[in-house]
Unconditional design. Structure first.
Length: 70
């Protein structure tokens, strides 16, 4: 089995939202870093553990920190 980051931020949808999965479980659609941080908090990560640019923690598909839409 290939190694995968525990958190995956999927490519932006047409409305700019990005689906987020944590350890393979869908946790919602984020539209900003703030949304993403809330999903991670709910998944049990402490603020000190939330390094959004750490590729060992977060895999950004379709571009890192790219939030588009209205």
């Amino acid at each position: 089995m290939a190694w995968q980051s525990p958190i995956v931020v999927h490519p932006p949808a047409a409305d700019g939202g990005r689906r987020v999965t944590v350890r393979g479980q869908d946790v919602g659609v984020a539209r900003s870093d703030r949304d993403l941080m809330e999903f991670l908090r709910r998944a049990g990560l402490g603020e000190a553990d939330m390094a959004l640019d750490d590729p060992h923690l977060v895999e950004w598909r379709g571009g890192a920190h790219v939030w588009t839409g209205p």
